[in-house]
Unconditional design. Structure first.
Length: 295
């Protein structure tokens, strides 16, 4: 499956961002102060820049998204010690999101998904233990134990009834057989507002991928600078950046090829925009006819 091309969403859970929630612990002091002064108005504006998706998990899965970018946080002074998805503000409870995904998998036994837990905020050892137990309780044998990326074919997963590959960017992954180490899912980040620079970065990253022998993410994502946010504060990320840059970004996606030295997982903001989904899926048709299409 490291030779196929999969659709992914950037900050996958951010549809659920709650304006009534406190600001996440990872946010800088300037943001914390901004919210303490301007309250609800500030959070409404923040949401326009932090919510990178408009579809919930079920809708994303139905549309073809198979890779989920997940960032987990505890909530300050939370008596229940719950775990939440977070991106600046808090989103849904992790347990509810995992169960929503599991309902789709139960109805579609041949579908395979990637869960990439790549940022953790305010989490102690027992929070990680809680999350690992949650994954066990929700997915059980659906999770594929970590092996070499090139050994995982769809045929192998179907035979074993595995549907979930969990990547975990923390040393905890080394202690749990069904957690794949984070370095097996590299996701280089361009950190630019310039579509041309993004495309140069994506192309250079693909060349580097050949050396890694792992799964690989191409983030077709532009990141706003503080000055961009100030200029378009009331418009938000989608209108100010993503929609304007879409034609150039889609042109790059159309020219890509699947395979060990090509693209593997392509993520974007607002995945429903334009023809992103159908274009990425079509890339799989470029696999050579003679090649085993279950690898």
């Amino acid at each position: 499956i490291s030779s196929l091309v999969f659709l992914g969403s950037h900050d996958s859970f951010s549809f659920y961002i709650d304006e009534a929630s406190p600001v996440g612990p990872e946010q800088p002091e300037t943001v914390q102060n901004f919210v303490s002064v301007f309250g609800t108005v500030a959070k409404k504006l923040m949401r326009k820049w932090l919510a990178t998706q408009t579809m919930n998990f079920t809708s994303q899965l139905g549309a073809g998204i198979r890779y989920f970018d997940l960032r987990i946080s505890t909530k300050p002074r939370d008596p229940d010690n719950e775990l939440y998805f977070a991106h600046g503000l808090f989103s849904a409870k992790v347990k509810e999101g995992l169960e929503e995904i599991n309902a789709f998998l139960a109805d579609h036994p041949k579908e395979v998904i990637f869960l990439d837990f790549n940022h953790f905020y305010g989490m102690q050892k027992y929070h990680h233990e809680k999350l690992v137990q949650m994954l066990k309780d929700t997915y059980g044998n659906k999770m594929c134990p970590a092996i070499f990326a090139h050994e995982v074919s769809l045929q192998y997963l179907w035979e074993k009834d595995h549907q979930v590959l969990v990547f975990y960017h923390s040393p905890v992954a080394l202690e749990v057989p069904f957690l794949w180490p984070g370095q097996m899912m590299p996701a280089p980040w361009a950190n630019t507002t310039d579509p041309e620079k993004l495309i140069q970065f994506l192309q250079a990253s693909i060349t580097e991928r050949r050396k890694k022998g792992s799964f690989f993410i191409s983030q077709v994502v532009l990141t706003p600078k503080a000055s961009t946010v100030v200029k378009g504060v009331a418009s938000g990320l989608r209108e100010t950046i993503t929609e304007r840059a879409l034609p150039a970004m889609m042109q790059w996606v159309r020219t890509q090829k699947p395979g060990e030295s090509g693209v593997n997982i392509i993520t974007a903001d607002f995945v429903e925009l334009g023809d992103f989904i159908s274009t990425v899926i079509k890339l799989n048709y470029d696999l050579d006819e003679g090649e085993d299409d279950t690898t």
